[in-house]
Design a protein around this ligand. Structure first.
Ligand code: NIG
Ligand code: FE
Length: 412
């Protein structure tokens, strides 16, 4: 095979035979990285071999053999942007919004993110875990094998660390990879009213160092927006993250263009997310810095936005486009990555293949995990999905019908 060292398939622990892999591997030229009938061998939780069915030895040794009966196999889905650890809910805000109050106005009145902050601060770690597990279960049941979870509803050192600990602990309850992101610069906490720079100092001098010391954060995020933090404030957060060896990402150009994407590109951000107001010039900056663009059609849909992210420009510039749920109580209370694939096509004009790449390979890039997950490639973690479908485009087109036959996490 052209991939990498294919371990002798007969020494694998498990082998899926008669599979039709949609590898999503760019080294495979066919759409979706499709391979004709192949066998996938798994060893030590990793993909150890991908071989054409005709080259399969008679004797598969001690391997457990699973007959996929011609089924499509895709990489496990990667949800690279969620805020799924939180307390309470914000369903009453929909009533305010229907009576004409905007998301931004609700936030300015002290509702929005801050109302979730009050509810989250009031919960213990185990209460927060109980409240959040059903949301993670919903994602996992649909085929998500890697999820990113942000803090950002604590906004004190203790409460931000509490959220990150809960996020980390979730991986003990479910077979899933959890990547954690510190988003202390999400909103100005009420006790810092009128003192945003002082809060940013707390984030830089106390919260980031504390999260690093406990090994709780894999990345640092900011919300660069009129109702959140300025580019200059976000830059201070990025500098602090850099000093602590943490990669950065940003909620940018969601409601207006403050230049957050350009700033993030200067820090070689893993990703910039939302991007409805991203300019053409900034697309070039992302292409140069190798930053992934994370599209969040659920938030666009739920807020009833009309300005769309510049998908054609991102595509032309070759910027990896990821698709994610943004699962959160205020702008995207939608625990379905499959629904986002559909919306990425219907609302943003992605092709079904781009959408599926967006929830696998590109999402892995957005997490800095592209060398471990996101494609069916020898050497990657054996996280994959066996589907009862006739073609991968069905995963994007159809919604609500459970087509997942088998969810494999680290080979099990
Ligand atoms: O990604 N934009 C900022 N943060 C979240 C919303 C958080 C909330 O409203 O609770 C988002 O849309
Ligand atoms: Fe978000």
């Amino acid at each position: 095979m052209r991939f990498m060292v294919n371990t002798a398939i007969s020494s694998c622990r498990r082998v899926w035979i008669n599979a039709r892999p949609a590898t999503i591997d760019p080294a495979v030229a066919a759409p979706y990285g499709e391979l004709a009938e192949h066998a996938i061998g798994v060893c030590d939780g990793k993909i150890a071999a991908i071989v054409p069915i005709g080259e399969l030895p008679e004797n598969l040794g001690a391997a457990e053999v699973i007959d996929a009966r011609g089924a499509w196999i895709t990489p496990g889905l990667v949800d690279c942007h969620t805020h799924l650890v939180y307390g309470g809910n914000r369903s009453r805000e929909i009533e305010q919004r229907r009576s004409g109050v905007s998301y931004e106005e609700i936030a300015r009145q002290g509702g929005g993110i801050l109302s979730t902050v009050h509810a989250t601060r009031a919960m213990s770690e185990s209460q927060l875990l109980d409240a959040s597990l059903p949301r993670l279960t919903a994602l996992a049941d649909e085929g998500v094998t890697t999820v990113e979870i942000k803090s950002g509803y604590g906004l004190t050192t203790a409460d931000e660390l509490k959220m990150l600990r809960v996020a980390r602990r979730m991986a003990e309850y479910m077979p899933i990879n959890v990547s954690t992101t510190l988003l202390a610069a999400h909103a100005l906490p009420p006790e810092f009213q009128g003192r945003a720079d002082d809060y940013i100092s707390l984030v830089c001098d106390e919260i980031i160092p504390a999260a690093t010391a406990e090994g709780l954060a894999d990345a640092v995020d900011v919300f660069c927006e009129r109702i959140a933090f300025s580019p200059a404030q976000c830059e201070r957060v990025f500098e602090a993250a850099q000093r602590h060896g943490l990669p950065v990402k940003g909620h940018v150009e969601q409601l207006s263009n403050l230049g957050g994407a350009r700033l993030a590109a200067r820090f070689a951000a893993l990703s910039v997310d939302h991007l409805e107001y991203l300019s053409a010039a900034d697309v070039q900056a992302l292409a140069r810095s190798g930053t992934a663009a994370v599209l969040l059609p659920g938030a666009f849909y739920f807020l009833g936005e009309t300005q769309k992210p510049p998908v054609a420009e991102l595509r032309a510039a070759g910027v990896p486009m990821a698709v994610s749920t943004d699962l959160n109580p205020g702008t995207s209370p939608l625990a379905s990555l499959r629904l986002m694939l559909n919306m990425a096509c219907t609302l943003f004009g992605l092709t079904p293949e781009e959408a599926l790449v967006g929830a696998t390979r590109a999402a892995a890039q957005a997490l800095g995990m592209a060398d471990r997950i996101g494609t069916l490639t020898v050497g990657r973690q054996a996280d994959f999905l066996v589907w009862d479908i006739g073609h991968p485009s069905e995963l994007v087109c159809e919604f609500g019908v459970p087509r997942l036959r088998q969810r494999v996490f680290r080979g099990s």
